[in-house]
Design a protein around this ligand. Structure first.
Ligand code: 6PG
Length: 250
């Protein structure tokens, strides 16, 4: 079930996402003493991360930062200090500003020249964090995702091999249009999450968003269609420009 929430502007989207983050973190920590999150990359989430970390806002104080285990949905094949690094973006906007223990920050090692080795190592880090050898498929509490103008999400790009991965949790994925490898969580892992939240903003996303949500099923062309949590929630937090082609009822 895709829950679509339309907001007047980007700021309203970010505040709604911050409220969801805080609520899910509170519930997870109350229930199990831990909150496991996969962060999205790109540029849209930066303002959300900054909002969560802001001293002057109420969100920060509501979060048990030391109980959160941070992961990433994907990473570029670059070192952590590179301008394109999703880790660097989240670290600058949030993680360096809040009291999260360093051992709770699990970045994908994009600096590894062998992207598949980095992906395999990340699988082992997930396995360890989610209970060791016996874990069949980690269930992340909260997964933040974006959607590109081409309908991709994480680093699941149209026509790329990772779209068809049904076993591995994390893979290296060659992205032809960028002529580079990415490291990405796969649909099976993402779809096992308890709650997935897409953040989609801007008019350039209107056409792909309409296709993803209401177009014919064609995940090869619109990989965001792959994300349909089996036993979890999927929320689309969308600003009005991105929602302009959606049915009026939304
Ligand atoms: C990445 C992201 C990617 C991103 C989309 C949308 O590594 O780039 O994980 O999937 O979410 O490209 O990015 P924006 O939200 O910044 O447009």
């Amino acid at each position: 079930m895709q829950h679509i929430h339309i907001y007047s502007d980007a700021s309203a989207v970010e505040r709604a996402a911050a409220h969801m983050f805080v609520e899910h973190a509170r519930d997870a920590v109350e229930a199990r003493g831990v909150f496991t999150v996969a962060l999205a990359g790109g540029s849209t989430p930066r303002r959300l991360y900054a909002l969560l970390a802001d001293e002057g806002d109420s969100f920060r104080q509501q979060v048990a930062w030391d109980r959160i285990q941070f992961f990433w949905g994907d990473e570029r094949h670059v070192p952590p200090d590179h301008a394109d690094s999703n880790y660097r973006m989240a670290d600058e906007a949030m993680l360096s500003r809040v009291p999260v223990p360093p051992e709770n920050i699990h970045r994908m090692k994009g600096e590894n020249p062998d992207a598949q080795q980095a992906a395999d190592e990340y699988v082992e880090e997930l396995r360890e964090c989610f209970g060791g050898g016996g874990v069949k498929l980690p269930r992340l509490d909260f997964v933040l995702l974006g959607m590109g103008p081409d309908g991709h999400t994480a680093s699941l790009f149209p026509g790329s091999a990772a779209l068809h991965e049904q076993e591995k949790w994390v893979v290296a994925n060659w992205v032809e249009k960028f002529r580079t490898d990415r490291i990405t969580m796969t649909a099976p892992l993402l779809n096992n999450a308890a709650c997935v939240v897409f953040l989609v903003q801007g008019e350039e996303k209107a056409e792909p968003l309409q296709e993803v949500l209401y177009g014919a099923r064609n995940a090869e062309l619109y990989p965001s269609q792959l994300i349909q949590p089996l036993q979890g929630e999927c929320h689309w937090l969308v600003d009005r420009p991105a929602a302009k082609l959606l049915p009026a009822s939304e």
